[in-house]
Design a protein around this ligand. Structure first.
Ligand code: SAM
Length: 410
């Protein structure tokens, strides 16, 4: 059990590139519905009754209730993922090249480690587990800004990224000179060019804190849909791996709900409240995803092609990174610039869940800490204690290494 003082928030944006993206590329189903609702509210308020001004907020709240109660929503969840990273990209400070990636750092109980050391320790652990050497080929799905790929590239590894986010893919190319494909991984098997370019071409696949976005809350309404998404993911990973590779491994990092349902807690320390439910809704709307349940909730769908060869619980490292780095997306402090203020009305019109993002991240000075609450009681403690966290947290962060059966030495 260790304790240390937090690192102060950075005072400047390290990499602000929002101006490179024309707003017209942000328009999709969700923005059209949202802008339409706002326009209808205003027109009806002017010509019929001022009460119609409530049409837009009531419609958004009803859609939230439908998601909670029936797992139904009129909004497209993959567009929600893109909107999430567009928002982070513009409004959060030091999103990349800031001594950490878009996941978390590896302290492993050593709280005196500087952030940058804890970051490279994480990447060195991954290189070691994967057995990657100069000249080996790596693909990272959901590659964020490409910080990990850039590190691997510095070790002579041949790297490719896949990312659904326009903005992040662009930064990965511009800032690090990486080969980043702007795509939803779910479309790869339907695209002949991408199949030709990617299938059977890699020694290792990484999926770092991205799988949480792949199955959406509404997908749980359809029996078997979530399992099918994870099966497709592992089918793709298997197809990406060269069957003659001496490595043939997948490294994944993914938050899971604990086995028991948090609303029916087992044991006195795991306590789920209505504030947690509200926070959960805000997180689903912000990040547009949902966690697999239980330690096997994800990888049981990999069994056709892979054997699990290593597993580590890194929940406390994830939580702790946010506690000592107040720029971290789990509990960030926002620094305001004139341009950010100018972007506010555009986001308001184009993003139906703009308010959810702010409320979940402590807007208006209300400390909700929606993300951090999933770690259970004392979620902002400066003490690093993995055993305690395992008892109280509603979530567990698993690092899992899988070996492709087709590359196993007989
Ligand atoms: C929390 S970030 C993690 C980024 C990076 N792996 C890291 O650890 O720094 C999640 C990433 O997954 C990407 N992503 C989410 N859904 C995706 C999808 N369906 N296809 C490709 N990328 C996706 C997001 O755009 C984002 O870059």
């Amino acid at each position: 059990m260790n304790k240390v003082s937090p690192v102060p928030a950075n005072e400047i944006d390290q990499w602000d590139h929002s101006h490179e993206f024309p707003v017209r590329r942000w328009i999709g189903r969700n923005s059209i519905i949202n802008a339409g609702l706002i326009a209808a509210s205003i027109v009806l308020a002017v010509f019929v009754s001022p009460f119609f001004l409530l049409l837009w907020p009531v419609a958004i709240v009803l859609d939230d209730l439908a998601l909670l109660a029936f797992r139904f929503s009129i909004f497209n969840a993959d567009e929600g993922v893109q909107a999430c990273y567009r928002w982070q990209n513009l409004f959060m400070t030091g999103s990349t090249n800031a001594g950490r990636d878009l996941g978390f750092n590896l302290f492993d109980g050593d709280v005196n480690k500087p952030l940058s050391q804890a970051q490279s320790d994480k990447w060195d652990f991954m290189l070691d587990q994967l057995g990657l050497q100069a000249g080996d080929r790596l693909i990272d799905i959901g590659c964020g800004f490409g910080d990990w790929l850039n590190y691997a590239k510095s070790k002579g590894i041949l790297v490719t990224g896949v990312n659904i986010s326009d903005e992040q893919a662009h930064v990965g190319r511009q800032l690090y000179g990486l080969d980043v494909i702007r795509a939803n991984w779910k479309d790869i098997m339907n695209d002949p060019d991408l199949k030709k370019r990617l299938l059977g071409k890699f020694d290792a696949v990484t999926l770092m804190d991205t799988i949480e976005h792949y199955a959406h809350a509404a997908d749980f309404r359809v029996e078997g849909k979530v399992e099918a998404i994870y099966e497709d993911l592992f089918d793709l990973c298997n197809e990406l791996i060269d069957s003659k590779s001496r490595i043939g491994r997948v490294f994944l990092s993914c938050i899971h709900w604990t086995e028991e349902n948090p609303r029916t807690p087992e044991g006195p320390e795991r306590n789920w409240t209505w504030v947690d439910t509200f926070s959960g809704l805000l997180m689903i709307r912000t990040y547009s995803g949902f966690y697999p349940r239980g330690p096997m909730g994800l990888v049981r769908n990999a069994a056709d092609h892979f054997n699990e060869i290593c597993r580590k619980d890194r929940t406390e490292d994830y939580r702790y990174t946010a506690v000592i780095d107040r720029n971290h997306f789990q509990a960030p402090k926002f620094l305001w610039t004139f341009r950010k203020v100018l972007y506010m009305p555009i986001f308001f019109i184009l993003d139906p869940h703009f308010a959810h993002k702010w409320i979940g991240h402590n807007a208006l000075g209300i400390k909700l800490d929606a993300w951090m609450r999933t770690y259970g009681e004392n979620y902002d403690s400066l003490t690093f204690d993995a055993d305690y966290r395992a008892r109280v947290s509603h979530v567990q962060l698993w690092w899992i290494v899988l070996q492709a059966k087709k590359t196993e030495v007989q």
